[in-house]
Ligand binder design. Structure first.
Ligand code: BES
Ligand code: ZN
Length: 631
C-alpha cells in the first residue's frame, strides 16, 4: 500500500527546501511555510477546510470528582465555513464564537475514534470557544489515590496523549499533522502543583492556579499535564527534574548525565529549540518508560536503578525533541519516522556519553527484541505490521505501534549511514531537521527527500521500497555486533557445562551483559539451577527493573515458586506495559500460570492505566471487568 496519505500542498516543495536553518526558534517559526496538510484516518479533522493555530485552555482539576472542567478557545485559519474537532467522551456544555454568540454545532456518532464535533463558522469566523468537562472514562487521564504515589499522602493526576487520547480530555483537532501553540491556566487544589509540556513553575503557587505557555507549534498528542505534590530539583543550566519529595533527590542523581546528553545531541543535529529540558518522574503506574512531552519528558520511576544504568531512556526522549517533536510523523502510519529516527539518534547520543562498546550492546538487545516481535507478528498473521509504513486504517493506532517502527526504523538509518559514511549521513540528518523544523512528515515525502538529498547525489543504488513496504529485515540490513556479548555467551556455555554460577567471570558486567545473560539462559532449568543462579547473582533482589523482569520471566517459565511473591508485588505496583506484557504472557502459557495471572490481574487491574488495561484485557481475554467464563 502506498501513498495512503493524500497531501494538499499549500506551497510547493521548492518553498520548503528554501527555508534555511535558523538559529533563533521564534524567528524560525515565523518563517515556516504553510504546513502540508495530510489526511489522517485517525482524526475527524479536515485541515484543508479549517485548522486550529492556537489554543487557550482554562481548566479546573477536581481531584475528588476526578473531572476536568473548563474551556478551550481556539484561533483558526482556513477558508472553510466549518471546523471539525475530535472529542471522545467529553460533555460539551456550550460552543461560542469570537463575539460570545452561540455557535451552531453538531456532535456526530461515536466510534473508536470518538465523536466529531462540527462547528459552523459564519462570515469567515476565526475564533471558537468550547466549554466542556471530561467523563469518568477519559482514557488520557490516570487519577491516582495517595497509596498509589511514592509519598502516599496526596492524590496524583497525569495525562497521556499519544496516540489518540488527547481528545478524551480536550476537544481538539487530534492529528499529528496539525500543529498549534498553546497557553493554559490550570487550577488545582492548593497543596498540589501542576506542570505541563510548556514553560513550568518550579514552586507551588499560593492559590493553586498555574499558567503555562507553549510558544512552539506542537500537535495535540504532545499536550500534557501532571498534578501532584511535586518538588523541583535543578540538574544543569537548562535541565531539572520534578518528582515527589521522596524521589526527587534520587532522580536528580540518576539523571545527572542529561546535560551532557543535551550537549551531545546539539553537537550532532543542531540547536535544542524548546528552551528548557526537564523530566518528571511519575508514579509507577505510568504505562510507558517515557513520553517525550515537549519541555518536560514524562518518565517511569522504574528507570531509577540507582546506578544510572537505564538512562538511555532519557537520551531517547530527549532525541524526540528533534525526531518527533520538531519533525513529526504526519499520521500514525508514519510512526517509524518518529521512533526509528529517535532510536538511531538515541544510540548516537549514548555513544558520545557512554562509549561505543556499551551502546553496541544496547543496539544488539534492540535487534533481539525486533526479531522476537517479528516472529510473533508473522505467526499471528500480521506480517504487514512488519513493514515500516503501516496501514492502521480502521484500527486503534496503539495496536500497530511496536518494535518494528523503533528497531527496523533504526536499522534502516544505520544501513544508510554505512552506505554513505557517517559524516555525509550526519550532514543529511542535520539538514533534514533544519529543513523540516516544526513540520510534519509523511513516509512518501521522506523517501523523496532521501532520494534527492542522499541517494542520487551520492549515486547509491538502494532498494528503499523493500524497507518501507516490505516485510521483515531486508537482506542488506547492517546490524550491530557486540564483542562483550560473545564473552557473555562463553560464560553461559561454561555454566551450562557444569561450572558453578559463583565461579563465572562476571565481575565487570553491567546491566546490558546481565540482560543478555538472562535472555539466553536455557528455556528449561531445574529448581536447583534457579536457586544456584539467584544465590550467586541476587536477581530477585535487583533494584533494576529490566533485570528483575528478565529474571521473573525465567522463574515463570520454570515454575520457580520462590519468585511468586516478588512477581505478585511487582505486578501490583508497576504499570509499565513493556514489563506487564511479557510477564503475563509467560504466565498464561500454562494452566497453573493462567490461574495465577487471573488472580493477580483481578487486584492489580484497578491500578493500571487505561492503555495497559486495554492491552491486558485483550491478552487475558478479560471482558466487562471479568475473567473469561472458562476460568
Ligand atoms: N513516544 C513513545 C511512547 C509511546 C509510543 C506512547 C506510542 C504512546 C504510543 C516514547 O518515546 C517511547 O518510545 N518510550 C519507550 C522508551 C524508549 C527508550 C524505547 C517506552 O515507553 O518504553
Ligand atoms: Zn520514542
Amino acid at each position: 500500500m502506498t501513498a495512503q496519505s493524500l497531501s494538499f500542498l499549500l506551497c510547493g516543495v521548492a518553498c520548503l527546501t528554501a527555508c534555511s536553518p535558523a538559529p533563533d526558534a521564534d524567528q524560525e517559526q515565523a518563517r515556516q511555510p504553510q504546513p502540508i496538510l495530510t489526511m489522517d484516518h485517525h482524526s475527524h479533522a479536515r485541515p484543508d477546510e479549517a485548522r486550529i493555530t492556537h489554543l487557550d485552555l482554562d481548566v479546573s482539576v477536581d481531584m475528588v470528582a476526578k473531572r476536568i472542567t473548563g474551556s478551550a478557545r481556539y484561533d483558526i485559519e482556513g477558508t472553510g465555513d466549518r471546523i471539525i474537532f475530535d472529542t471522545d467522551g467529553l460533555r460539551i456544555d456550550s460552543v461560542t464564537l469570537g463575539d460570545g454568540s452561540e455557535a451552531e454545532y453538531v456532535l456526530g456518532d461515536s466510534t473508536f475514534l470518538g465523536r466529531p464535533l462540527t462547528v459552523m463558522l459564519p462570515n469567515g469566523e476565526k475564533r471558537v470557544s468550547i466549554a466542556y468537562s471530561t467523563s469518568a472514562g477519559a482514557r488520557a487521564l490516570q487519577w491516582l489515590r495517595p497509596e498509589q504515589t511514592a509519598d502516599r499522602t496526596h492524590p496524583f493526576l497525569f495525562t497521556q496523549g499519544q496516540a489518540i487520547l488527547t481528545r478524551t480530555w480536550i476537544p481538539v483537532q487530534d492529528s499529528p499533522g496539525i500543529r498549534f501553540t498553546y497557553n493554559a491556566t490550570v487550577r488545582v487544589p492548593k497543596e498540589l502543583m501542576a506542570v505541563m509540556s510548556a514553560t513550568n513553575p518550579t514552586k507551588r503557587s499560593a492559590d493553586g492556579s498555574y499558567t503555562f505557555k507553549q510558544e512552539r507549534a506542537i500537535p495535540a498528542y504532545l499536550i500534557a499535564l501532571a498534578v501532584g505534590d511535586l518538588e523541583f530539583a535543578p540538574i544543569g543550566e537548562r535541565t531539572g527534574v520534578y518528582a515527589e519529595r521522596s524521589v526527587v533527590k534520587k532522580a536528580a542523581w540518576e539523571f545527572a548525565d542529561v546535560e551532557r546528553m543535551l550537549e551531545s545531541a546539539e553537537a550532532l543535529y543542531g540547536p535544542y529549540r524548546w528552551g528548557r529540558y526537564d523530566l518528571i518522574v511519575l508514579p509507577p503506574s505510568f504505562p510507558f518508560g517515557g513520553m517525550e512531552n515537549p519541555c518536560l519528558t514524562f518518565a517511569t520511576p522504574t528507570i531509577i536503578a540507582g546506578d544510572r544504568s537505564l538512562t538511555a531512556l532519557v537520551a531517547h526522549e530527549l532525541a524526540h525533541s528533534w525526531s518527533g517533536n520538531l519533525v513529526t510523523n504526519a499520521t500514525w502510519d508514519d510512526f517509524w519516522l518518529n521512533e526509528g529516527f529517535t532510536v538511531y539518534f538515541e544510540h548516537r547520543i549514548c555513544e558520545l556519553v557512554y562509549g561505543p562498546e556499551r551502546t553496541a550492546m544496547q543496539a544488539v538487545l534492540g535487534i533481539q527484541d525486533l526479531r522476537a516481535t517479528m516472529e510473533h507478528l508473522e505467526a499471528d498473521g500480521h506480517a504487514a505490521d512488519t513493514h515500516l509504513r503501516l496501514d492502521l486504517e480502521g484500527r486503534n493506532p496503539d495496536d500497530g505501534m511496536n518494535e518494528v517502527a523503533y528497531e527496523k526504523g533504526c536499522a534502516l538509518l544505520r544501513t544508510l549511514e554505512s552506505r554513505v559514511g557517517r559524516p555525509v549521513f550526519d550532514g543529511f540528518l542535520r539538514d533534514y531537521f533544519d529543513t523540516f523544523a516544526f513540520q510534519s512528515m509523511t513516509t512518501d515525502r521522506f523517501v523523496e527527500h532521501l532520494r534527492n538529498k542522499l541517494l542520487d547525489p551520492n549515486k547509491i543504488e538502494f532498494d528503499i521500497a523493500a524497507w518501507i513496504d516490505g516485510p521483515g529485515l531486508p537482506a542488506d540490513a547492517v546490524l550491530p555486533e557486540s564483542d562483550r556479548f560473545a564473552m557473555v555467551d562463553a560464560e553461559l556455555a561454561h555454566w551450562m557445562s557444569g561450572t558453578p554460577a559463583a565461579d563465572l567471570k562476571t565481575t565487570d558486567w553491567g546491566t546490558f551483559e546481565w540482560m543478555h545473560f538472562l535472555r539466553h539462559l536455557p528455556k528449561s532449568m531445574t529448581d536447583a539451577q534457579m536457586t544456584q543462579l539467584d544465590a550467586a547473582f541476587h536477581f530477585s533482589d535487583s533494584g533494576n527493573a529490566e533485570l528483575l523482569v528478565a529474571w521473573l520471566e525465567n522463574c515463570i517459565r520454570n515454575d520457580h515458586d520462590e519468585a511468586y511473591a516478588q512477581l505478585d508485588s511487582f505486578l501490583n505496583r508497576v504499570g509499565r506495559r513493556k514489563y506487564l506484557v511479557p510477564l503475563y504472557t509467560a504466565l498464561i502459557d500454562t494452566e497453573k500460570g493462567r490461574l495465577t495471572a487471573q488472580t493477580i490481574y483481578r487486584t492489580a487491574r484497578p491500578n493500571y492505566h487505561a492503555v495497559s488495561v486495554r492491552t491486558l484485557d485483550d491478552l487475558l481475554a478479560w471482558k466487562d471487568n471479568k475473567p473469561p467464563a472458562t476460568f
